[in-house]
Write a protein that binds this ligand. Sequence first.
Ligand code: FES
Ligand SMILES: [Fe+2]
Length: 328
Amino acid sequence: MNARIPLEIPHGWFCLSWSHELKEGEVKTVKFCGEDVVLFRTESGQPKAVAPFCPHLGAHLGHGGHVSKDSIVCPFHGWAWSGEGVCVDVPYADSIPIKAQNQVLDTYKLVEQNGIIMAWYHAEGKEPYFELPEVKEFNRDSDKWGKSHFFEYNIGTCLQEIAENDVDQAHFPTVHQSPSLPETDAYIDGIYRKTVAETLMDPENSDSVSDEYKGSYKEQFTTTFTRESWGLGQVLLRMVNLPPDGGEFVMVNASCPVDKENSILRWQMKVSKDIEDTLGMAIIDGIANGINDDIPIWENKSYWPNPMLCDGDGPINKFRKWVGQFYI
Ligand code: FES
Ligand SMILES: [Fe+2]
């Protein structure tokens, strides 16, 4: 019998946590690519991620382990492990076993920027071969931008199916009751992909915008909507020319492949202060709710490797060609 989603987990940088949800000294177990990963923040503020089972006798470091200085201390016999997977203390022994003085605990490469902690995954264990950009709107305070709004979605499908939604222009009228999203040709450069679309928006008549945010701007308007992706783990979305006077919207989407059939999306959105109390919240609310229209489709559909497409469908095959590079 065919699996509903016959896709492996792609390689790339993926989100394990919001930065603000991992405080100094905190330990968390997260599911990543089908495995438990123990994430902790050292006392000096560095995020670290290690495999769960202590090399000594196999205790799970995420169940009772605690942070001491720059290491995680196992709850079973107190061995301390650095974020590099090396034993740095055995509290009851005169010396650390020679073997444990080298890396014996698997670790994950992390980068922390844009308010998120991203981990590298490669099915064959290859080293990271691209970097994620720092987005100044999410790293520095500025008078231009209003406050951040955070959203998180647990979704029963894989990242490729979620990402394909962007180029599937024929679903916008049916699923989102919105004007079709005109897809300009995607610009592709290796792992990077960018689309720019002049997009018609109508928050006043959108079912996704809650009543409390309606009424701020009653006309339809066109905005330039840019989406930039670095693999399947991070997407940056921007809108400019927002009414009445050229307001802006920015969003980072950070994704996690929990396993082959489950994903977490984390979204941080902001609008420029000039529209924060007017149209801005209608846009944020509309986007945050809009995904709830897609989720039941994604969670029940099957992935067709050779779909039956027609001329009005978006550039789905082009997207799939690009995404193919993230699999072995
Ligand atoms: S199992 Fe971790 S210290 Fe013994
Ligand atoms: Fe959608």
